[in-house]
Design a protein around this ligand. Structure first.
Ligand SMILES: CC(C)(COP(=O)([O-])OP(=O)([O-])OC[C@H]1O[C@@H](n2cnc3c(N)ncnc32)[C@H](O)[C@@H]1OP(=O)([O-])[O-])[C@@H](O)C(=O)NCCC(=O)NCCSC(=O)C[C@@](C)(O)CC(=O)[O-]
Ligand SMILES: NC(=O)C1=CN([C@@H]2O[C@H](COP(=O)(O)OP(=O)(O)OC[C@H]3O[C@@H](n4cnc5c(N)ncnc54)[C@H](OP(=O)(O)O)[C@@H]3O)[C@@H](O)[C@H]2O)C=CC1
Length: 424
């Protein structure tokens, strides 16, 4: 008898319980009992909550949460929870923050908490006229938007402005309306999307043509978080280190191949705090990279200069659409606890801290790259992962990692040989 064909066409999979789904997946993929047992254990996330946060849940993916120390932001000492799977990311923030702690730590600011929703109108023969017709309706637009979210308005947020852009596209001119909305302590996607959808039929009535997309822009350039700090030459090891960091920045500013890696390092820190607080990592990442390309060529999210005193001044500015309300921030107990650790009472403060972490991360990466090289620090911490991959358990992990670092060869094949030696 032939075995039936495996099929991924499963009707009503979403109506099953997580355990039923897991059993199906186990049969489909040939998972063994240990693998099924591991996936079935959802750790500290209530399976019921997990099942309602996303769709077709079978398990949870636990990522470690580390805490960055030494952070002083706007004169206040804080601990910063960071969720990441990558070794040396948390250490790098601690390391950078330690070196600017005595010069005052990080000073931060924010351009506001404004989000943009876009309404795309096509098929208009007189786009210039249409633009003005929309702008004339500012008060009506405000009323439609604010009626969508009275809670937000009560909290001091809501509609702030309307802008209309005419975009030349392959399909002809598009009249794109931007609704600018203060979303206060929410990231605000749902609030602004509702407003855009509500307003769209009106725009068709006023201008003719056809509305297609009604969605927020992740290039949240009305919601820029900024951070700056000064590292004294003495604290970082001298003028040569300072100059190496500046040269690394100049490389990123001049070359998108380098800028992508430079900004990946910045996002090591940023995404880790965004994830730990239950915010949308993809939204922040999309905004950051679009902002890095705002001048036409993709460039650095940070700037590095020499101060009048000869010290190193670092600056970061990027869109930061994060909230304390909405998404998983309020629902996920780990996110809630991380927000408690941070002690933040507003999305504004959270955004500013995240920017400071991004700057710290960049400092440490550039310093390592411009001096000893990234492998020394990163690989010495990564050595523990390699030790575990080679089969080390318990105390063996630290012992084997230190052997690998001593050898200067952090490789799994070497780790396996050294583990055998350790075990005698
Ligand atoms: C790894 C370090 C910190 C070692 O740095 P070090 O100078 O050898 O460490 P140290 O033992 O002298 O300690 C200095 C401080 O670092 C912190 N620190 C030190 N070790 C730990 C640890 N285990 N856990 C937590 N914190 C640690 C800690 O604050 C400590 O102060 P202390 O506590 O002793 O007063 C340094 O080499 C570093 O900052 N490297 C940069 C690492 C990095 O950027 N990692 C990201 C991954 S690589 C990547 O993805 C991005 C990249 C690099 O491609 C971006 C780019 O290209 O721009
Ligand atoms: N492109 C993108 O980035 C997209 C992202 N998303 C997702 O949207 C989610 C975030 O949406 P978001 O709109 O922030 O969340 P929610 O809609 O869940 O929460 C926002 C709402 O909470 C209420 N609220 C209560 N207290 C406050 C306060 N202090 N400040 C502001 N609002 C408050 C408001 O009114 P009320 O009570 O009336 O709702 C507000 O509209 C994330 O999960 C994200 O992943 C969704 C679509 C696209």
């Amino acid at each position: 008898m032939s075995t039936p064909e495996k099929t991924s066409r499963v009707s009503g999979f979403h109506k099953k319980s997580p355990r039923e789904r897991l059993d199906f997946v186990a049969g489909f993929s040939g998972l063994d009992e240990d693998e099924v047992g591991h996936l079935a254990n959802m750790g500290n996330l209530d399976p019921h909550l997990a099942d309602h946060l996303i769709e077709n849940v079978i398990a949870t993916m636990n990522v470690p949460v580390g805490v960055a120390t030494n952070m002083r932001v706007d004169g206040e000492d804080i601990l910063v929870p960071m969720a990441t799977e990558e070794s040396s990311v948390v250490a790098a923030v601690c390391n950078a923050a330690r070196q600017c702690y005595d010069s005052g730590g990080f000073v931060t600011s924010m351009s506001g908490t404004l989000m943009i929703a876009q309404v795309q109108l096509v098929g208009v023969s007189d786009p210039v006229h249409a633009r003005i017709r929309i702008l004339e309706r500012r008060e009506e637009i405000k009323a439609v938007c604010d009626a969508c979210d009275p809670v937000l308005v009560k909290l001091g947020g809501g509609f702030r402005d309307v802008e209309v852009r005419i975009i030349e596209s392959a399909g002809g001119p598009m009249v794109v309306t931007h609704l600018i909305v203060d979303t206060r302590d929410a990231m605000g996607a749902n609030a602004v999307n509702s407003m855009a959808e509500k307003l769209a039929p009106q725009i068709e009535v006023w201008c003719g043509g056809r509305v297609y997309l009604r969605i927020l822009s992740n290039l949240a350039d009305r919601r820029l978080a900024r951070a700056r700090a000064v590292w004294t030459c003495d604290a970082i090891g001298g003028a040569a280190v300072r100059d190496g960091i500046i040269s690394a920045f100049q490389f990123a500013a001049a070359d998108p191949y380098r800028a992508a890696t430079h900004n990946k390092g910045v996002m090591n820190g940023i995404s880790a705090v965004v994830l730990a607080t239950g915010n949308d990592t993809r939204a922040v990442e999309a905004g950051a990279h679009a902002y890095a390309a705002r001048r036409g060529a993709y460039g650095s999210l940070t700037d590095w200069e020499v101060t009048a005193e000869g010290d190193l001044a670092g600056t970061i500015e990027l869109p930061m659409a994060v909230g304390l309300i909405g998404g998983a921030t309020k629902l996920h107990p780990t996110a809630r606890a991380c927000l408690r650790i941070l002690g933040v009472a507003s999305a504004d403060r959270l955004s500013r801290i995240i920017a400071a972490v991004g700057l710290a991360q960049n400092f440490s990466a550039l310093k390592a790259l411009a001096t000893t090289g990234i492998q020394k620090g990163h690989m010495s911490l990564h050595a523990q992962n390699i030790a575990m991959m080679a089969g080390a358990v318990g105390d063996e992990v630290a012992a084997l990692a230190s052997v690998l670092v001593g050898l200067g060869t952090v490789r799994v094949d070497v780790a396996e040989i050294e583990l055998r030696k350790l075990r005698g």
